[in-house]
Design a protein around this ligand. Structure first.
Ligand SMILES: Cc1ncc(COP(=O)(O)O)c(C=O)c1O
Length: 336
């Protein structure tokens, strides 16, 4: 570790001192190497800096009570990075190589995996390194693939605080064909509206609702819950297909909830919020309750304004699988 273990460190601010690095050149990937985490030499003309040819992933490894370390839904995250690479016309990492890079890095960082409820957050990044400032319409024929690891502790150490979310039917999070790609440009484009809403309304996040259709926030999917029912937007290219979303939908079905995946609009969401629950799902957020929705300058309390029982129940069921407290019946864990 590059610093003392600090349970108060903000998410992502501490890095393990090892990273895994592979390069793509002359049509092939090099073997991956474990290196000391640190600065990289880069050419100022490199493609990613000018034309945003970069994408990434985020997922976690958990230390179980028996001391073993397990990565949650590794294959889904590997496939999502490969999909992002294809959409951005970046050299596509080999699935087996990326998988091995992650597992080898987790093995080398075993001592940095925090005890539950902490975890080791894993962040593969892929970016175009071809030095050519005239390549706006030419894909990068060189790339780097790096896997970083970051110990993270309980996001909810101070208890689960209900979130305040602004519903925005004016701005879009990103271009509609890029939503399912985990690329930095999407986060850059959501940043302005998110900070403006924070300043104007003290909100934690913006829920993007282009044309009035409820979509997702800047860094998490949006779910609505009530007795025996779960509602979320159906998959399309406009938003990120969260692995946590998929896991929660599966768990909800297992628990007997009727899961509806379809397009729904702001009035229906506000109506649901009168008596139901709303929550954000993601690797970092897990499942975080929404207490207030702000729309057109008006605050709408969600249920009683607190984190509701269905949000707590589904979150606990997911965390129990991740931390090895209940059987992994869907085969979501990979031993590192
Ligand atoms: C825009 C966006 N949507 C949804 C998610 C949730 O995805 P996942 O559950 O795979 O972490 C994330 C987080 O990674 C995100 O950045």
């Amino acid at each position: 570790m590059n610093s003392i273990k600090n349970q108060n460190a903000p998410f992502g601010s501490l890095l393990a001192d090892k990273m895994s690095v592979a390069r793509y050149r002359d049509g092939a990937w090099s073997a991956a190497e474990i290196q000391t985490t640190g600065t990289l030499a880069m050419h100022p003309a490199m493609h990613a800096l000018h034309y945003a040819s970069s994408c990434f992933e985020g997922f976690k490894a958990y230390k179980h009570a028996d001391g073993s370390v397990k990565v949650f839904r590794l294959d889904r995250h590997v496939e999502r990075l490969r999909h992002s690479a294809r959409t951005l016309v970046l050299p596509e990492p080999d699935a087996a190589q990326l998988r091995d890079m992650v597992l080898q890095l987790v093995d080398r960082c075993r001592g940095d995996v925090p005890d539950a409820p902490g975890s080791l957050y894993l962040r593969p990044i892929l970016f175009g390194t071809m030095p050519n400032i005239g390549a706006a319409a030419t894909p990068s024929n060189e790339a780097m693939l790096i896997v970083l690891a970051s110990p993270v502790w309980d996001y909810f150490a101070g208890g689960m605080k209900p979130l305040k979310i602004m519903m925005d039917d004016v701005n879009q999070r990103c271009a509609p064909h890029m939503g399912m790609v985990k690329t930095g440009g999407n986060y850059a484009s959501a940043m302005g509206p998110t900070l403006a809403a924070r300043k104007a309304h003290g909100t934690d996040q913006v829920l993007f609702c282009p044309r009035g259709e409820v979509q997702e926030t800047g860094a998490a999917n949006f779910l609505m819950l009530r007795e025996g029912q779960l509602l979320t937007r159906s998959l399309d290219s406009t938003f990120l297909h969260g692995v946590t979303r998929d896991s929660l939908l599966t768990i909800a079905r297992d628990l007997g909830y009727k899961v509806e995946e379809r397009i729904f609009r702001i009035p229906e969401a506000l109506d649901w919020a009168k008596t139901g629950e709303a929550a954000l799902s993601g690797t970092a957020a897990v499942l975080s309750g929404v207490g207030t929705l702000v729309y057109q300058e008006q605050n709408h309390l969600v249920g009683g304004g607190d984190v509701g029982p269905h949000t707590r129940k589904l979150r606990a069921a997911l965390v129990a699988v991740q931390q090895g407290e209940t059987p992994d019946k869907h085969g979501w864990l990979t031993k590192a």
